[in-house]
Design a protein around this ligand. Structure first.
Ligand SMILES: [Mn+2]
Length: 643
């Protein structure tokens, strides 16, 4: 028998790209009509825009040079890991990412942090057990991103398995906006069959002071499960479970919303055992939900600390073994991924964006239905719908990105010198841009330009809605705070954290914002901080340039805060050519420390790069294995060129 999660107590020992905006600004956003937009009804009756634009040129990020920063492993930690039996290369990579001890690499469920450490989890378990015993009706209020959708699916599946009557409601980005707002409570009141007894928020709720009060005024109780940072006031919910609430000692502050809900289920099951509802032998199995937990955790781009890596590793293990939800299987199928070979990057780059596309363009209900159906045919149908949303999202994003890059080129070419050429921060806006993708575009521009970046689109009420992404050393929310002080009346709302933030501006406020934001960035950022840089793990010794090593690396959990390995090498470049006019392929020889090139020729691939490389260059690359005509070899995937 396969081991399920620990039943009584836990052992004591003890990463796209695609995060969706939680900008706190007003909702009710509609797409403006513009010549480049078409309209077509979605399966949900929501009119959504189709961007008609030629495909943009390949991403030019890879044509730019970077400064390399070497990640330094702590030699003592590296030694300890090696002594504990970790592969020497992994020991180096893990130690360079802050792993101190082999215990942090444990992936067995018995090493999961115990639910008892999570403040409110026991109280939530008692409240839910009481509600189940009394036959009360529960309503999950989810969030419209992948973390929220997976948390909702975990909650529905887990609570139903424990005998609860539970349904769900997911707010809509364009009509109700984010979180448990009074408007969402009103929707809950109109549900078929009457209002629920309990509202259970997942991946939202910690800021829903008004929404919780509104629910109370209508006789509903509220359990908040969330992981976002609380504001000054907490909602007056019956129970709050959030590792970031005051007084919570849970060591993993970066657990995702789906992880928090999973922990509530663990605590509830323990409570039901205590009450004799079932015992360890016949209790519902929760490990079947770990594929969903892994997906939500990676897609939310939370830091992959030891506990999150354990959750992700467990989910990936189950998927690779073919034990996965029909919805996950269907998503893998439409994404052309093989379950047996899936890794954490696939969760972040293949599955996450397809789920998120539903929330960006239409309604997350499609995503939640896909993750909760047990019918493989229905799951495939929904996954195909998500896949088409994702294609559409990509088209919209490519169109906006092409326009944004053209605007940047105008700025670069002096036309905009006094209007902001070569500034320390970028703000971009066009009246026909789509609010659902401004965050992704801001992230891409930030990556390319290495400048704090805000992208704005109009909201239905005429205000401008902006989404920003930052670079290391520039606290975006603090910058907005200063802009708000210097330009009274400009910002209607703002919020966020160091690396990502959102805001709403008065309708004609874009130029004022652009100037004020660039001013703050110019004051706070040193020129050296504006230098594009990439962290590398140093050269890979020649004996490890093997397909087996590529496979070993690919099997590990990498992601946010635990970056996938990037090796540096000086190479002699031979035989360069473009494939499909979009990508560069070359043969290279590695040059050793004495400047002597080796004999072996390696394939080098540069996705999206169209500039040829110099005859000799220092590069940063990922190691991949490639099987072609039955022959498996390594290939070097170019990530950056030093300059
Ligand atoms: Mn989340």
């Amino acid at each position: 028998m396969k081991t399920d999660l620990p039943t009584a107590s836990f052992g004591s020992s003890q990463a796209p790209t695609d995060a969706v905006d939680k900008s706190p600004s007003a909702s009710n956003t509609k797409i403006q009509t513009a010549p480049t937009w078409g309209k077509k009804p979605t399966p949900h009756g929501i009119r959504m825009p189709i961007f008609r634009h030629p495909r943009p040129k390949p991403d030019r990020l890879l044509n730019l040079t970077m400064q390399f920063l070497l990640r330094q492993p702590d030699p003592r930690a590296q030694h300890r890991l090696e002594q504990a039996g970790t592969h020497p290369l992994l020991a180096q990579l893990f130690a360079a990412r802050g792993v101190k001890d082999a215990a942090e690499l444990e992936q067995g469920l018995e090493h999961l942090l115990p639910p008892a450490l999570l403040k409110g989890a026991e109280q939530a378990a008692q409240a839910l057990a009481d509600a189940i015993a009394r036959g009360e009706r529960l309503l999950i209020v989810a969030d419209y991103d992948c973390d929220g959708a997976t948390a909702c699916a975990v909650g529905l599946r887990g609570l139903r398995a424990m005998g609860a009557k539970v349904s769900y409601l997911v707010p809509n980005r364009f009509t109700t906006g984010y979180g448990l707002s009074p408007a969402v409570v009103e929707l809950a009141l109109q549900l078929e069959g009457g209002k629920p007894d309990w509202i259970v928020t997942v991946d939202n709720g910690i800021a829903s002071v008004e929404g919780v009060a509104h629910a109370h005024a209508h006789g509903m109780r509220v359990l908040v499960t969330d992981h976002h940072l609380p504001g000054d006031a907490l909602p007056e919910a019956e129970v709050i479970v959030n590792p970031n609430q005051p007084g919570c000692g849970f060591p993993s502050k970066s657990i995702a919303g789906v992880g928090v809900m999973f922990y509530v289920l663990l605590a509830l099951r323990a409570e039901l055992r205590r009450r004799g509802v079932f015992d360890a032998a016949n209790q519902p199995r929760l490990d079947a939900l770990l594929d969903l937990v892994a997906l939500g955790t990676v897609a939310d781009v939370v830091r992959l600390d030891a506990n999150n890596r354990l959750l992700v590793a467990q989910g990936l293990k189950r998927i690779r073994e073919g034990r996965l939800q029909p919805g996950i299987a269907a998503l893998l199928q439409v994404a052309g991924r093989e379950a047996a070979r899936i890794n954490s990057a696939d969760l972040g780059f293949a599955l996450g964006p397809r789920i998120n596309a539903a929330g960006r363009l239409a309604d997350m209900t499609v995503g939640i239905e896909c993750l909760t159906t047990d019918d493989p045919a229905r799951a495939l149908e929904l996954a195909q719908m998500l896949d088409s949303f994702n294609r559409e999202r990509r088209g919209i994003e490519d169109g906006i990105k092409a326009e944004a890059l053209a605007m940047l080129e105008d700025l670069d070419h002096g036309a905009g010198q006094e209007a902001g050429g070569n500034v320390a921060a970028i703000s971009l806006f066009a009246p026909h841009w789509h609010e659902g993708v401004i965050g992704i575009v801001a992230g891409r521009i930030k990556d390319r330009e290495h400048r704090p970046t805000f992208v704005f689109a109009p909201a239905e009420d005429g205000t401008l809605r902006g989404s920003g992404r930052s670079i290391a050393g520039f606290h975006l929310r603090d910058a907005l705070d200063l802009v708000a002080k210097r330009e009274p009346g400009l910002l209607l709302r703002f919020g966020g954290h160091a690396m990502a933030a959102g805001c709403s501006l008065v309708p004609d406020g874009f130029e004022r914002f652009r100037a004020a934001f660039a001013q703050v960035a110019g004051e706070w950022l040193e020129p050296s901080q504006l230098q594009r840089r990439v962290e590398v793990d140093g050269p890979l010794p020649a004996q490890w340039l093997l397909p087996e090593i590529a496979t070993l690396l690919s099997a590990q959990v990498w992601g946010q805060g635990f970056a996938a390995p990037l090796f540096s090498a000086r190479v002699q470049v031979k035989q360069q050519r473009l494939i499909g006019e979009r990508h560069l392929k070359a043969k290279v020889r590695l040059v050793d420390a004495e400047g002597v090139p080796g004999n072996a020729l390696f394939d080098l691939l540069a996705w999206g790069r169209t500039d040829f490389l110099p005859d000799e260059a220092r590069i940063a690359y990922r190691l991949e294995s490639n099987t072609w005509q039955g022959l498996t070899s390594v290939q070097l995937v170019l990530e950056a060129v030093e300059g």
